[in-house]
Design a protein around this ligand. Structure first.
Ligand code: B3K
Ligand code: ZN
Length: 871
């Protein structure tokens, strides 16, 4: 909690540490009511050792402190709320400390805490300082040995990083285990787990023939839900060898699933700790989306072993060095394991729905932020997803081979080091000889570039005029042009790619090009064309920009039917739908009526029955842009009008295509699914069911009831959501039955809370308020908070209720949560960041709530978000 203005940290103030730590030996004496932590470490001065030694430490009770075996007395050091300073130290010495901590009362879930009675840790970014006094910064890398002691019956499993080197019995029913990690690492990668856990075991033989013991630890009731995670792990290990030549480096790889976790998972060396949501799955309890999420997150944490752990960040401003790169790697992994264009569409949808708004609002920051108050607030869609897009652009510019060369050089130069984003860029540049100086602006400038594209055709010559501009963001008024890779093709009347004779280029003629957009304004001229082409622009979303093109609706319909870039086919339909819906919102405001978008409906009808396309891709085309995506396109957001227009369009599509939806549903329901197509078939089938709800409630109810009884959670959820949408007794009964059946499985009850909090119709706020009191809800559990409160805060219609009650409710929850878990409270506070996009009445209401919050005593996490939002 926070009285004075919290301190802002700046990238420009980075200084090398005065001392380095080479080795640490930790001993944990675990207990229900207090835990004792002893640390013994070797330190060396990096300079002349005249500097005092500063160690980070929070919420620690210091019991003893010594240097080279000599106890220090109280005038040799000073302790404050954030750490301790030893006034004078030798150039090389052994420091020993002992502290007392209280994991049993730790509700922040950072440092050492308890979850379902077991001990676990979360140290990234700056949580290790809640465990012991240390130089808690990523450029201090040391070798760790960890001895864990605890009661044998309550904590039969004792884990830490690296390899197990010793274990044994102690007096009083206690035992111990000692783990040694042979690799240097920053403290944020430290982990400890102790408790009653069971594990499934497998093994993987690496490319050089070393056998690795693979284990997934879970509570005993979940032991039948680990297989998919284990398969995903083995696939990840193989993929990283095949794709980047990267091999695992310890004899054991452990994953532990815990129920209380602030985010998805954590890549601690050799001992990943996971939110159970990203481990546990069986068809009866987990949806296809859950399965995909598990594969992606297991991959992500595994890939960190090289991009993050072996090569780590010099300071936290460089977070995207490991996160952007690892997101890109997990996206590529999932694309190789599943349907590439489906994955690309989903990833771009996340960038548009979440990162673009962040980049356009008060928290806008470059992928390498220049300052922060609370680092945990910068684990953002910008650092992660835009960071991933920046890495993808390297690959687009350098080609796959060039990118691989750059990666190889990066590891060759920096293995075992803590480095910067500039080091990564230098490796890419030096390995390929491509000038990336302008590209580096992606690291320094915030905001989404607006790309305007205008074309002309005459006498066989097509010219493309591209201009770019990036709006001002907080603290950055002027923007310089970015280096934007614009993947491009020209299509003839049959949809075939035409040869591209780019004037002034010495590259051989091809039928697809990556244009280097470098200037504020540039024109590309292509000659020798036999007919007027339709351009396929920004293929595969080759850069994270907002593009305004002069493509007509006619062109978009052509692309929707003919573009060989599947992303752009989807994109064409999205653009048509967005244009029509924005127009619809304007019509409603003028009191005009809405008319069927004939072309769009025909394109959708064709797509629905086009069996040459992956069913998941067809479902994606039929999924209209989210309300939040439309909101971003409006100067003043009208959430009710958006909801009304979007619902009208869904209804109209359902009416126009009733027969196709029915036939497709019935046909897909008959298909005997294979391992390869099962989830995409379900996706399209459930998409059809959703539309059928709008026109044939009897048939939809009947089918939904059947699905609700199936042993497959994807179908059950789709069935239940239809029943609930139809708003009758059957929906109520489904909710009751579902809860009764699954009340003991917290991941399944999360879905139950989510479904109710996302309801568009009815008094959702009253419902959510009621559910806060439900016995299955627990405000200290982050998954529950995200499922009920977080989902409600993203419910466009009900959060933005005109009477302000949605805002008040969320502000109350933020205040309540801030005292329990500041990271989760700060996340939720992000719901207010777009307040300036709304009408003046809603702005007033949101502002009043933010002022009420900021006047309270807030954590620096929540304070940073709210104060920046108000600034
Ligand atoms: N590196 C962790 C995130 C840590 C978040 C700290 N607030 C998980 C990941 O990105 O893989
Ligand atoms: Zn990560």
């Amino acid at each position: 909690m926070q009285g004075a203005q919290p301190e802002v940290k700046y990238l420009k103030d980075y200084k090398q540490p005065d001392y380095l730590i080479s080795d640490v030996a930790l001993t944990f004496k675990l207990d229900e009511t207090e835990t004792l932590v002893s640390a013994k470490m070797n330190l060396n001065a990096t300079g002349d050792a005249s500097q005092p030694l500063r160690l980070d430490g929070e919420k620690l009770e210091l019991l003893s402190l010594s240097i080279n075996g000599q106890l220090l007395n109280q005038d040799q050091y000073a302790v404050d709320d954030e750490g301790l300073t030893i006034h004078s130290v030798p150039a090389e010495f052994v420091l020993e400390s002992q502290v007392r901590i209280h994991p049993e009362t730790n509700t922040e879930l950072e440092g050492l805490y308890q979850s379902s009675g077991n001990f676990c840790t979360q140290c990234e970014a700056e949580g290790f300082r809640k465990i012991t006094y240390y130089q808690d910064r990523p450029d201090v890398m040391a070798k760790f040995i960890t001895r864990v002691e605890g009661d044998k019956s309550r904590y039969p499993v004792l884990l830490s990083n690296g390899n197990l080197i010793e274990q044994g019995e102690l007096d009083g029913g206690r035992h111990f285990a000692t783990w040694q990690d042979p690799f240097v690492k920053p403290a944020y990668l430290f982990a400890l787990v102790a408790g009653q856990l069971e594990f499934i075991q497998d093994s993987y033989t690496t490319i050089s023939g070393r056998e690795v013991d693979l284990r997934i630890y879970v509570e005993s009731q979940n032991i039948d839900k680990c297989d998919h995670a284990m398969e995903s792990l083995k696939k990840s290990m193989k993929w990283d060898e095949d794709t980047f030549g990267l091999e695992y480096d310890l004899d054991i790889y452990m994953i532990v699933a815990v129920n209380d976790f602030n985010m998805g998972a954590m890549e601690n060396k050799g001992l990943n700790v996971f939110n159970s949501k990203f481990v546990l799955a069986k068809p009866e309890t987990a949806t296809d989306t859950d399965y995909e999420g598990i594969e992606g997150v297991i991959g992500h944490e595994y890939f960190h072993n090289w991009t993050g752990n072996r090569v780590t960040c010099r300071d936290w401003f460089q977070l995207s060095l490991k996160e952007g790169l690892t997101v890109f790697r997990d996206q590529e992994f999932s694309s190789d394991m599943n349907a590439r264009s489906v994955k690309r569409i989903e990833d771009v949808a996340v960038v548009r729905a979440h990162q673009f708004p962040e980049d356009d609002g008060p928290m806008s920051h470059p992928i390498r932020p220049a300052s922060y108050i609370e680092m945990n607030n910068f684990y953002t869609v910008t650092v992660y997803q835009k960071g991933g897009e920046v890495i993808r652009m390297y690959q687009t510019l350098l080609g796959k081979d060039g990118f691989r060369k750059g990666m190889d050089l990066y590891f060759k130069r920096h293995d075992g080091q803590a480095v910067t984003c500039d080091d990564f860029l230098s490796a890419m540049q030096d390995a390929t000889g491509v000038d990336l100086s302008r590209f580096s602006r992606w690291y320094a400038q915030a905001g989404t570039p607006r790309l305007t594209v205008r074309s002309e055709f005459a006498n066989g010559t097509f010219s493309l005029k591209v201009s770019q501009a990036t709006p001002a963001t907080p603290g950055q008024e002027e923007k310089l042009p970015f280096h934007i890779p614009l993947r491009f093709a020209l299509l003839d009347g049959q949809g075939n790619r035409m040869p591209l004779n780019l004037q002034g280029s010495d590259k051989p003629v091809t039928d697809e090009l990556v244009l280097d957009v470098l200037e504020a304004e540039q024109t590309f001229v292509f000659s020798g064309l036999a007919e007027k082409p339709v351009p396929s622009l920004l293929r595969g979303f080759s850069a994270p920009v907002i593009m305004d093109s002069d493509l007509t609706d006619q062109d978009q319909l052509f692309l929707a039917a003919n573009d060989d870039d599947e992303f752009n086919r989807w994109e064409a339909i999205q653009q048509l739908a967005i244009n029509w819906m924005l127009d619809g919102v304007a019509k409603l405001a003028k009191g005009e009526s809405l008319q069927r978008p004939q072309g769009l409906v025909e394109a959708l009808a064709k797509t629905l029955v086009d069996e040459s396309l992956n069913p998941a891709l067809r479902a994606l085309a039929l999924g209209l842009p989210a309300e939040s995506v439309l909101a971003e396109k409006m100067d003043v957001v009208d959430p009710d009008a958006i909801h009304q227009v979007r619902s009208w369009l869904r209804q109209d599509i359902a009416t126009a295509m009733t027969e196709q939806f029915k036939a497709t549903y019935l046909k897909l329901a008959e298909i005997e699914p294979t391992a390869d197509n099962a989830s995409s078939v379900r996706r399209l089938k459930n998409c059809c069911l959703g539309y059928l709800t709008k026109i044939d409630s009897q048939l939809a109810t009947e089918k939904a009831q059947v699905q609700f009884a199936e042993p497959n959670m994807t179908n059950v959820m789709a069935g239940m959501s239809v029943l609930v949408d139809l708003n009758g007794a059957a929906g109520e009964q489904a909710l009751v039955d579902f809860y009764a059946k699954w009340q003991a499985d917290p991941l399944v009850t999360d879905k139950w809370f989510m479904l109710q909090a996302s309801a568009g119709e009815g008094d959702t706020l009253a419902k959510v308020k009621g559910l806060l009191e439900h016995k299955g809800f627990d405000i200290r559990n982050p998954n529950k908070v995200r499922s009920l409160i977080g989902v409600f805060a993203r419910n466009q219609v009900h959060f933005h209720r005109a009477d302000g009650e949605g805002y008040r409710f969320i502000a109350d929850r933020i205040l309540e949560l801030d005292a329990i878990n500041p990271q989760i409270a700060a996340r939720l506070a992000g719901s207010f960041l777009r307040w300036k996009k709304f009408d003046s009445d809603r702005q007033k209401l949101m502002k009043a709530e933010m002022e009420r919050m900021v006047a309270a005593k807030l954590s620096k996490n929540t304070y940073e978000i709210i104060s920046k939002s108000l600034a």
